[in-house]
Ligand binder design. Structure first.
Ligand code: ATP
Length: 202
């Protein structure tokens, strides 16, 4: 079996990280999504559920007793102290699970880490990859995807670093400013390149 080649994938809200991850997976890569880990841990019985409810109160629960992500989102993106508090509670747990999953994986492993550079997590990866897209395009995509207002999306974007910094810090940059088809083709080319690098390192 080939050795493990770990890629940290990042990008701003609506840049196309999930699309890229899906494509890498379809091509044969192992993929890990920190968003997915966060969702699992925030479910009733999950590692973060009680911590979140204790910190923010039962008002963030829906009628079925699950954490209402919309309510939490509104709270944390309108008050940066709440956001930092939630991050302090959940990030160590998410990171621990990410590392556990990474240890169990092999071959080309792509990990979607939205706050890769904000959290200085580069050290966990062999290479970092940033997906970049113009602000207006990202806004348009997220407006279409989520039931959030223009203002809400901008608030969420303002908690992240700018593409300029991502471009400076990433080993590889993929621009997602054209069609989905073109983006997927680009991802496939990088996948081939990662496979070659991984083979050469055996
Ligand atoms: P978030 O950080 O909010 O999770 P993301 O970076 O994972 O966002 P995606 O969910 O992959 O972004 O993309 C946002 C939306 O834009 C999705 O509905 C996706 O299908 C769409 N999209 C992505 N790239 C393109 C493109 N090149 N053309 C048209 N739509 C696109």
């Amino acid at each position: 079996m080939s050795r493990r080649f770990l890629i940290g994938l990042t990008g701003g809200i609506g840049s196309g990280k999930t699309e890229a991850l899906r494509r890498f997976s379809a091509l044969g890569a192992s993929t890990i999504s920190l968003d997915e880990i966060a969702h699992e841990q925030a479910r009733p019985g999950g590692a973060a559920f009680l911590k979140i409810v204790r910190a923010f109160g039962r008002r963030i629960l829906d009628d079925a007793g699950r954490i209402d992500r919309k309510k939490v989102g509104e709270k944390i993106f309108s008050n940066s102290n709440f956001r930092k508090r939630l991050e302090r509670l959940t990030h160590p747990l998410i990171l621990k699970e990410m590392l556990r999953k990474m240890r169990l994986s092999s071959g080309i492993v792509v990990v979607d880490v939205p706050l890769l550079f904000e959290g200085n997590h580069e050290k966990h990866f062999d290479a970092t990859l940033a997906v970049l897209a113009p602000f207006s395009e990202r806004l348009r995509r997220v407006l279409k995807r989520d039931r959030l207002s223009n203002l809400e999306i901008k608030k969420r974007m303002s908690s992240q670093i700018l593409d300029e910094q991502r471009m400076r810090r990433a080993d590889v940059v993929i621009h997602n400013d054209g069609s989905l088809k073109a983006f997927r083709q680009n991802v496939a080319q990088y996948y081939q390149a990662f496979c070659l690098i991984n083979q050469e390192q055996r």
